[in-house]
Ligand binder design. Structure first.
Ligand code: CIR
Length: 256
């Protein structure tokens, strides 16, 4: 169960966020704010305490707070984002982490290692880490050796087509795994009950489990139906403005 969730308010500069889909247009700031507050409402209805950090105007992508750290039961690991324009976002997450973790349980990925939280998928005490354009081998090695010191484990997953690991694969507990595209046939995910996300709904592979409820992006009926069949409670949230800059539901929060 998660007790706490950290989010960061979108900045007015969100229209300058990094995107691989410029054809979708730039995010609309006021709509992004509305969608963000609906997201917070959905989280709160799952029984978590939501810590809302202030917007950072210097960092257009800073509402995607998931990329700045990985929070485990035993330690917090501050990432080292491979995206240059995002790297210094980590300075602004550390004070929030200090409210929940003691200094000796806050670990850091250090240069030349890079890692972004969107590349890390937690399955119990094991963490799958995507080797991506943002997360490198050295970052993965550092991350796994930190995990091992706390009695946790990690393994590398290669990816070629998507931005982050969790862009295409997400664990929703009870052995259920949402998989799309390049992850459908990956050997490391064979043991899961795979829910295959159709290419037309690929964006909806990024759903989050919060205390038994699955938060699903609005507008993806096939995946909603498939998740319903598994007897989860579902809440849908519109994320259209975040999608325009490659962000999904998981990217918008740190759940722990
Ligand atoms: C970026 O390119 O970094 C942002 N525009 C999107 C980050 C999405 N984060 C995530 O998947 N965890």
């Amino acid at each position: 169960m998660f007790k706490n969730v950290i989010v960061r308010k979108p900045s007015k500069t969100i229209c300058d966020g990094i995107t691989s889909s410029p054809e979708l247009g730039a995010p609309n700031y006021s709509l992004a704010l509305k969608q963000h507050s609906d997201y917070i409402k959905a989280l709160k209805s799952c029984g978590v305490n939501v810590i809302e950090l202030e917007a950072l105007e210097k960092f257009p992508d800073s509402c995607f707070v998931e990329d700045t750290a990985v929070l485990t039961k035993k330690c917090a690991i501050v990432s080292n984002p491979g995206a240059k324009s995002r790297n210094k976002e980590i300075q602004y997450i550390i004070p929030a982490l200090k409210q929940f973790y003691s200094d000796e349980n806050i670990e850091y990925i250090k240069f030349p290692g890079t890692l972004e939280g969107g590349d890390v998928m937690m399955v119990g005490d094991h963490f799958y880490i995507g080797k991506s354009a943002r997360t490198n081998k050295e970052g993965i090695n550092q991350f796994i050796s930190i995990l091992n010191r706390y009695g946790l484990s990690g393994s590398e997953v290669t990816l070629d087509e998507v931005l982050h690991l969790k862009t295409g694969v997400n664990y929703i507990e009870n052995n259920n795994l949402l998989v799309s595209g390049e992850f459908i046939n990956k050997k490391e995910f064979e043991k899961f009950n795979k829910i295959i996300v159709d290419i037309n709904e690929a964006y909806a592979a990024n759903c989050i489990w919060v205390n038994g409820t699955i938060i699903v992006p609005e507008g993806y009926p096939q995946i909603e139906k498939a998740i319903q069949k598994l007897n989860y409670k579902i809440i849908t949230v519109d994320t259209s403005e975040f999608k325009k800059i490659d962000g999904g539901l998981s990217c918008l929060s740190l759940r722990f």
